[in-house]
Design a protein around this ligand. Structure first.
Ligand SMILES: C[S@@+](CC[C@H](N)C(=O)[O-])C[C@H]1O[C@@H](n2cnc3c(N)ncnc32)[C@H](O)[C@@H]1O
Length: 500
């Protein structure tokens, strides 16, 4: 492996050090990593991590060894996935340029096989690398971001023909990048399956680089992450040193990166720059167009969604606060034929919404889209449900409490506040796939907004700080891969008073 060659340039390694290292490795256990699919008794039975190994065994005591057990798990899950794909005449997973970029919709058990492969393969890879090398090369993940950012910024994927090849020299003639820089970013990306070099100096697409060429939302996602979030992340230390509590919307890494400290929140900066704002919008569309983020997970009761039948029978009102262009209300209105809906968002967002919101007049006529700033008092009084989807995680506690306090004057007894957001569990309780996604999102929130993902306790604390009439009713999560799109927290208002 190149890493061994590389490290040998810097240090000599004696046999005795190697022996000592081998002995140390043999004493190590990775039991803390064994978190697959434990039943979550509080939820609707969604697959969750298996119990962690309680007793730390040495590697030599394990039978079979952890590595072999993981390899067997991978084989078993892969065989099941392959059997399903073959039985249903589906193409086998491939990075060939003409291969599909996505898996088709899979039944829950096969989807679980996929997840098991990903999680077990990661752990096996870590064991094979060893702890020290895992840390050493883990910190270099930013180089992948850097290469992808350059490739995306210069639109290189669009310059490579989809059905044939191009030489580096020809490609260089189509961009302002110099040949060395062009080659180095492409060749690094190739190590992640993005582009390939079928013969020296000849570049061709893989299915992954083709996505970058053809999917404008993905280009926006890479651009937003590489040019905005990545840069903000590089300034988080500065932000934390200045404000260890990290709650201000105008003193996050983002502001230090773009010279807007104490001037404006990120959303305001983007509001002044239509190109960046559009990029962020499309990036969000790319994220929410991904697996597991569909509105159906909230709408379909059989997928674990929220059942509004009682409200529908009573012709109740549902308010989607920060609801963007109202796609959640459209999905709900298609299912529930009597409920009324109010979508609230900032004036600019309201102005840019399509009209009508739905081609179905029976749906469109029951949805009103109104400008409302959630940092001011709620204007739609006495509704039955006030819904926040992916809003709370954009704000640190002082701001989130303010948003909830602004609801209080509008709440009638029994009104429901429904939060559809991430909900962090204790470390190691989530399946490793979802855990990694939410922990990453949590840190992205820190970098750009000084905001955060929350545990159930932290959500409860927000409501407790906003008023003592809130009663926490239930928390439930969706199934399988879609956990990342949210947990629903349902809180009612019993109006016992208002804590200032
Ligand atoms: C992360 S997006 C979530 C959008 C939508 N709820 C969803 O599930 O995709 C946050 C939304 O809050 C809106 N927003 C930001 N600040 C706001 C404010 N002060 N008042 C109302 N809406 C706001 C944004 O325009 C955006 O549509």
């Amino acid at each position: 492996m190149s890493r061994f060659r590389f490290s040998s340039l810097f240090q000599s390694s004696s046999a005795s050090t190697a022996d000592a290292e081998t002995k140390k490795q043999n004493r190590r256990s990775f039991s803390a990593l064994t978190t697959l699919r434990q039943k979550d008794a509080e939820t609707n039975g969604a697959p969750a991590p298996a119990p962690q190994v309680a007793k730390a065994e040495t590697a030599s005591e394990q039978s079979p060894s952890r590595m072999v057990a993981l390899a067997q798990q991978i084989t078993k899950a892969t065989e099941k996935l392959e059997t399903y794909m073959k039985a249903n005449n589906l193409p086998m997973p491939s990075f060939d340029a003409d291969a599909p970029a996505d898996f088709p919709g899979l039944p829950a058990d096969v989807q679980q096989n996929r997840q098991d492969i990903i999680v077990a393969a990661k752990e096996l890879s870590m064991l094979a690398h060893g702890p020290r090398e895992t840390v050493r090369w883990g910190i270099w993940e930013f180089t992948d971001v850097l290469a992808l950012t350059v490739i995306n910024h210069y639109g290189l994927a669009k310059l490579v023909p989809v059905d044939s090849t191009i030489t580096l020299d020809e490609l260089q003639g189509k961009t302002t990048l110099d040949r060395i820089n062009l080659a180095r970013v492409l060749r690094l990306a190739m190590t992640n399956g993005i582009f390939r070099e079928p013969s020296p100096g000849v570049i061709a697409h893989t299915a992954a680089s083709r996505v970058l060429a053809e999917d404008e939302d993905m280009q926006a996602w890479v651009g937003f992450n590489g040019e905005d979030i990545f840069r903000a992340s590089g300034h988080v230390l500065q932000s934390l040193r200045a404000d260890p509590e990290a709650t201000s919307l105008t003193r996050a890494g983002f502001q230090y990166a773009f010279d807007t400290v104490d001037k404006e929140p990120m959303f305001v900066t983007f509001g002044k720059d239509p190109v960046r704002a559009r990029r962020m919008g499309r990036a969000m569309a790319s994220l929410t167009g991904g697996e597991g983020y569909e509105p159906s997970y909230f709408v379909d009761v059989e997928k674990g969604g929220y059942d509004f039948s009682d409200l529908d029978a009573a012709g109740g009102t549902f308010v989607d606060i920060g609801g963007s262009h109202g796609f959640m209300c459209v999905a709900l209105a298609e299912k529930y034929k009597n409920m009324k809906f109010v979508v609230q968002d900032l004036q600019k967002t309201v102005d840019s919404a399509p009209s009508p919101l739905s081609d179905d007049p029976q749906v469109a006529e029951r949805i009103s889209l109104v400008p409302h700033d959630f940092f001011t008092e709620q204007v739609t009084k006495d509704a039955d449900v006030y819904f926040f989807r992916w809003v709370m995680h954009n704000y640190s506690t002082p701001y989130a409490v303010r948003i909830l306090k602004n609801l209080v004057p509008a709440l009638k007894p029994g009104a429901r506040v429904v939060i559809n957001d991430y909900c962090l569990r204790d470390a190691g309780q989530e399946n490793p796939w979802d855990e990694r996604v939410v922990r990453r999102m949590d840190v992205v929130m820190l970098a750009v907004l000084n905001a955060q993902e929350r545990t159930e306790e932290e959500f409860r604390a927000l409501f407790a700080a906003a008023g003592d009439g809130f009663v926490f009713k239930v928390r439930f999560s969706f199934f399988g891969f879609c956990f990342v799109c949210g947990v629903v927290l349902w809180v009612t208002w019993e109006g016992k008073g208002f804590a200032d």
